[in-house]
Design a protein around this ligand. Structure first.
Ligand code: ADP
Ligand code: MG
Ligand code: MG
Length: 886
């Protein structure tokens, strides 16, 4: 294998091999842009080094060969005493890992060549400034010394000069710093700073390889789900100098605003500076626009190049550049990160500029970004006191009183307070508090910490790893870096979208995009809303998958429809048994004769019927899939202990006949060790046939009534938890009988479908037979995931998922994103077998995965007809379904 590549051999499409930085340097060089010459050591060399613990044999010779070529181009040798070539040694992996890995500048300087550099530039101060920078970076990166050792000396020098600016340091200061730094290096490593330029180069390359596996790099990759075995490439680039006086400088720029997407001149510039100075905040930078005044020709060059880059990459680029005595040099470019808002704006702007088409625009945004735009936000115009910025672990804007333990969180929440649970880190014992809280804030842990994983699972706002906060759980308070103290009960605001933590209550505003979806006319005409609308319209045109909503009430159904739902994929009926109706369900359960049972059922019938009328009306003309009752009946009964107490307090003689007594009996009778696998779903329908028949009657009477009123109801009756076709056949026969009766009674012809959920592995295997009785399948991927993995979702997410994620057993919870290799295979099998029996079998999914971007792409690929998700996710699903085909 070849390990080293010339810029002319590379291109932007070779990020795997050359790293993002190297690939784009090659691309720019080949575009004819002013890039200092150099070469790239591949990620393959890094992988070989990491595997073997030493550089591959061929590497040294290849580096020598490319170095010789570079020296020839530059007309000088690395570290040449009278006129040294200096190089930078730069890390750069396939995925950008900002600030994670290392770069060393000014390689090639030593006690001799520093004189040569000074003489050539006619500037001794510049030469020693460059040398002390090399010693600092080499000391930190290659020799593993603490940065503050060097910074403290620098600060002491400035203090001696009575200044805080490096500009006031003289050549003399820098020369003395160089001496001091060399002494520090000797003290701390026992060896002299290497004077041999080639040795410097080799050690720096090795240090960059090693930086792939620093703790923070490992952690960052885990958080960002970047594979750990990619390795980094190393770019070796001839130095250009922004620190040779006021006519030089260095800067960063974006081709447009990464926050809003607006076109214009965005960036920062710093005169007489090198490398990281711009972002390190050593001095105040000036806005990029000022470069026009400082150095018009360089500015014009830069503007021209930025236009070239945008045209070439057809996207927002971010850029690093340096001006050396009036000459502009490009040091880096890449497709720039951007906010969700900017992503939509930029995508449509690029279409208008003719750079990309609408298909590409749809690919350039994603559902996660759209979801971000739909969360309520803190009003950025309001006055806010920022306490810290942590990780944006789970989006949303939450305001509440700070509490520091789970028990208090639960108590205060029960008393009606909004609370934010603040912990150093959370563990499974905190779960109750997390459920009770509006938001969760931790000072430790990353995006896969317990707090983050659980919060995302529950849709709770969460900021984690805000390590600037000193959380003192024992004394129930935390302190910010600036010394602001927040005690238990003080109100704070946390922004899970940005990771910001604010003191006090920050006002919340509804998202403009949601207001638009809701039909609020004041949101029309806004540029962002227009951009979102255009992208959504194209996604709708392109997608093959239908998108329905999970909705149980007419209000939810109406909202889902406004959000673009094409029907209801899951209408749960169990909530229709709660509230005031609980008493009726209790009657049903404790009924002692068939007659009592029937009385209880007929009391429920009109209530259910009116529920269905409302929903069918809200979704008139669109399919409404109604699932018959699924949960075990004891979920509708009072708590065992409460009941026992009540029974104990009643007089002896009326005890036996009391309702409480009968209920207590029922609770005992219905108790199950493992209700998830107990008497629920279709099993209830078979044990208490009257229950399903009543529900079917309510649905069909509602349908008849809607038809009479001139509507177009399209009910689909769905049977849960079917494992065998016989179960479905039994229930279906009852439904058909009820339908015939209702048709007779009302004189209305009824159109409806009967289908089943596929949520048990057995149902998957028997899908061919089940399809003989089912007109549609709806994959209940929540249960299917539970049943396939043998995980109880209510128990495992808090107890061991954190560990599983940490160990990489899965990269993301299988309840969040469909497990393609296991559960996904079952879906494919059921699709194939079901369609083999009934080619027009209609297929959908109604588990939570129906709103998850990655899962939606899978369902599209598996050939389902629609996904169904919560009303709020409907736009996200529409967009992702469009992206799946664009
Ligand atoms: P990072 O990945 O952290 O941005 P870089 O490799 O881009 O690290 O380098 C750090 C800084 O040094 C950047 O500001 C970059 O522009 C600057 N730099 C890198 N190589 C050179 C060079 N050959 N000449 C001048 N400046 C350089
Ligand atoms: Mg850089
Ligand atoms: Mg289920």
């Amino acid at each position: 294998t070849k390990f080293v590549y010339a810029f002319s051999e590379g291109s932007k499409d070779q990020k795997d091999l050359l790293g993002g930085k190297g690939a784009n340097l090659a691309e720019m060089a080949n575009l004819g842009l002013p890039v200092p010459p150099g070469f790239i050591i591949s990620t393959e060399a890094c992988r070989a080094y990491l595997a073997e613990g030493r550089e591959p044999d061929a590497l040294a010779a290849e580096v020598a060969e490319h170095l010789a070529a570079l020296e020839k181009t530059m007309g000088k040798a690395l570290g040449q005493p009278d006129d040294p070539l200096l190089v930078s040694v730069r890390s750069g992996a396939k995925f950008s890992m900002p600030g994670m890995m290392e770069t060393v500048l000014n390689i090639g300087l030593n006690d001799e060549s520093v004189h040569g550099l000074a003489a050539r530039a006619g500037d001794e101060r510049f030469a020693y400034d460059s040398y002390r920078r090399l010693l600092t970076m080499f000391g930190k990166t290659v020799l593993g010394m603490e940065g503050h050792l060097f910074e403290d000396e620098m600060d002491a020098r400035k203090a001696q000069r009575g200044s805080t600016s490096d500009l006031d340091l003289t050549a003399e200061d820098y020369r003395e710093l160089v001496t001091t730094y060399q002494r520090l290096i000797k003290e701390h490593t026992g060896a002299e700073f290497p004077q041999d330029p080639r040795e410097q180069l080799d050690l720096a390359v090795r240090a960059v390889f090693d930086s792939w596996n620093t703790e923070r790099a490992v952690l960052y990759r885990r958080q960002e789900r970047i594979p750990s075995d990619l390795g980094t490439a190393v770019s070796v680039v001839a130095m250009v100098f922004g620190n040779v006086g006021q006519d030089s400088g260095t800067g960063v720029a974006f081709t447009r605003d990464p926050a809003s997407g607006a076109q214009g001149v965005y960036g920062d510039y710093l005169q007489n500076a090198q490398g990281e100075d711009v972002v390190a905040g050593i001095r105040n930078t000036v806005p990029l626009a000022d470069l026009e005044r400082i150095d018009k020709p360089a500015y014009d060059d830069l503007m021209r190049i930025m236009e070239t880059l945008e045209g070439h990459y057809q996207d927002l680029c971010d850029i690093e550049f340096t001006v050396e005595r009036g000459k502009l040099w490009m040091l880096q470019t890449r497709i720039g990160k951007r906010t969700a808002e900017a992503a939509f704006r930029i995508a449509t702007q690029l279409v208008d500029q003719g750079l990309i088409d609408m298909d590409e625009a749809v690919r350039r945004v994603n559902g996660a970004q759209l979801a971000q735009l739909m969360f309520p936000r803190f009003d950025s115009d309001a006055e806010r006191t920022l306490l810290a910025t942590g990780m944006n672990a789970s989006p949303g804007a939450a305001v509440g009183k700070a509490v520091f333990d789970s028990t208090t969180a639960v108590e205060w929440a029960e008393r009606g307070h909004d609370v934010i649970l603040v912990r150093r880190e959370t563990n499974p014992d905190d779960l109750k508090g997390m459920v009770a809280a509006k938001g969760i804030l931790t000072s430790r842990g990353g995006k896969t910490s317990h707090a983050a994983v659980v919060a995302r699972g529950m849709g709770r706002t969460c900021v984690c790893g805000a390590d600037a906060l000193d959380v003192d759980v024992k004394n129930k308070r935390f302190t910010s870096l600036d010394g602001v103290r927040v005690e238990e009960g003080d109100v704070i605001s946390i922004d899970g979208t940005t990771g910001e933590v604010f003191a006090g209550e920050v006002p919340v505003v509804d998202s403009l995009v949601v207001r638009h979806f809701e039909g609020d006319e004041t949101a029309e005409g806004d540029e962002l809303v227009l951009a979102v609308e255009r992208v959504m319209a194209h996604a709708d045109e392109s997608r093959r998958l239908g998108v329905r909503a999970n909705a149980d009430t007419p209000e939810d159904a109406a909202r889902a429809r406004r959000f673009g739902a094409q029907g209801i994929g899951l209408c749960r009926t169990e909530h229709m048994f709660l509230g005031d109706r609980k008493a009726l369900v209790e009657h049903l359960i404790i009924a002692e004769s068939e007659q009592e049972q029937e009385e209880a059922l007929s009391a429920l019938l009109p209530l259910q019927r009116s529920d269905f009328i409302g929903i069918l009306e809200a979704m008139d003309g669109l399919p409404v899939t109604i699932r018959l009752i699924d949960p075990p009946l004891h979920e509708f009964l009072p708590d065992y202990t409460d009941l026992s107490v009540q029974v104990a307090m009643e007089d002896d003689h009326d005890r036996r006949d009391s309702k409480h007594h009968k209920l207590l009996d029922a609770v005992r009778r219905l108790h199950e060790q493992n209700p998830m696998l107990g008497l629920r779903g279709v099993r209830l329908g078979i044990v208490i046939p009257g229950l399903f028949k009543m529900q079917a009657r309510a649905i069909l009477e509602a349908t008849a009534e809607r038809k009479k009123a001139g509507g177009d109801p399209q009910p689909e009756i769905m049977i849960p938890l079917v494992a065998a076709v016989q179960e479905l056949e039994l229930v279906k026969a009852d439904i058909v009988q009820v339908a015939a009766a209702v048709e007779d009674e009302t004189g209305v012809d009824l159109d409806f479908k009967v289908g089943t959920m596929i949520e048990l592995p057995r149902a998957v295997m028997a899908a061919g037979e089940i399809a003989e009785a089912a007109e549609f399948f709806s994959f209940g991927t929540n249960d299917l995931t539970q049943m396939t993995w043998g995980f109880s979702r209510d128990d495992v997410e808090a107890s061991f998922f954190g560990r599983y994620l940490e160990k990489g057993i899965f990269g993301v919870s299988p309840f969040e994103t469909l497990d393609r290799d296991g559960v996904g295979q079952l879906v494919r099998i059921a699709v194939e077998r079901g369609r083999a029996t009934r080619p027009d079998l209609h297929l959908g999914v109604c588990g939570e995965h129906g709103g998850d971007p990655d899962s939606i792409h899978f369902f599209d690929d598996a050939g389902l007809d629609y996904v169904s998700c919560s009303p709020f996710r409907v736009p996200v699903a529409r967009l992702e379904a469009g992206r799946a085909t664009s």
